[in-house]
Design a protein around this ligand. Structure first.
Ligand code: ADP
Ligand code: MG
Ligand code: MG
Length: 252
């Protein structure tokens, strides 16, 4: 079973410390949500996990099944089974969505274990139908001219095709209308299994109306300051973050 373990993680960006000691464990079978006000370090956490060069880990550790993630190159992290949905997915000109997916799957499976073209096409058709995607999307250049909603849906397609051990989804819900939101949630719920752990980073509670997380964490000022169950997300939706600040004596 997959376990992503983050211990006392400190991360700096351009010399400024943003994460100040994050502890978190995400196991296969679990869905965690991290919520929190803007600018508190949520995206910094996902960038650090995926190895973005701008984010310098100054202290602490990240391991996947006991292996040191911080020593891995970005592509090695993906091969080890980590998946990151970017807050701003990039466009790649000249590479179709299907080509990109097949290359990504084969990179993950490794030499000698590549997926056959037939099997790939069957799986792609099945997942695209499940996500109610227009079949044309497979042959369009990656993210080029995709609407915001199409990009997010496409990321869930990538998730379902790649079958990572642990996924980190940063604001996968931002800018989605209710129908797209439901489909994104449907995809994530379909992935739920003991082989799959998920960290959903979101500013809003609404996605969590469709995906019931096992754990909800609140991040403030670069730390996880409170953890609970789904009821914590509901209280945040109803009351905002001020009560936590008061409870913990945090100043803005
Ligand atoms: P959140 O995702 O919770 O809104 P971020 O992790 O994006 O927060 O940002 C946390 C803090 O780190 C902010 O003050 C932000 O300005 C700073 N920061 C994050 N990424 C960068 C970057 N690439 N360059 C400069 N500052 C950054
Ligand atoms: Mg932000
Ligand atoms: Mg963010």
């Amino acid at each position: 079973m997959a376990v992503l373990t983050i211990k006392d993680l400190h991360v700096s960006v351009e010399g400024k410390e943003i994460l100040k000691g994050v502890n978190l464990e995400v196991k296969g079978g679990e869905i965690h949500a991290i919520m929190g006000p803007n600018g508190t370090g949520k995206s910094t956490l996902s960038s650090a996990i995926m190895g973005h060069p701008k984010y310098e880990v100054t202290q602490g550790s990240i391991t996947l099944d006991g292996q040191n993630v911080l020593e891995m190159e970005v592509d090695e992290r993906a091969r080890a089974g980590l998946f990151l949905a970017m807050q701003y997915p990039s466009e790649i000109s000249g590479v179709t969505n299907a080509d990109f997916l097949r290359a990504a799957i084969n990179a993950r499976l490794g030499e000698g274990n590549e997926i056959s073209l037939m099997k790939f096409i069957r799986k792609l058709d099945e997942k695209m139908a499940f996500l109610e995607m227009n079949p044309d999307m497979a042959h369009r250049y990656l993210n080029e001219g995709f609407s915001g909603g199409e990009k997010k849906r496409n990321e869930i397609l990538q998730l379902m095709m790649l079958e990572p051990k642990i996924a980190i989804l940063d604001e996968i819900d931002s800018g989605l209308d209710i129908d797209a939101l439901k489909i994104v949630a449907k995809g994530i719920n379909e992935m739920r299994s003991s082989e799959f752990g998920c960290l959903i980073i979101t500013h809003y509670q609404r996605l969590l109306n469709y995906i019931t997380p096992d754990y909800v964490h609140v991040m403030m000022q670069g730390r996880i300051v409170k953890s609970g169950g789904p009821e914590l997300a509901q209280r945040l939706e109803a009351e905002g973050y001020d009560w936590i600040k008061k409870e913990l004596g945090i100043e803005d």
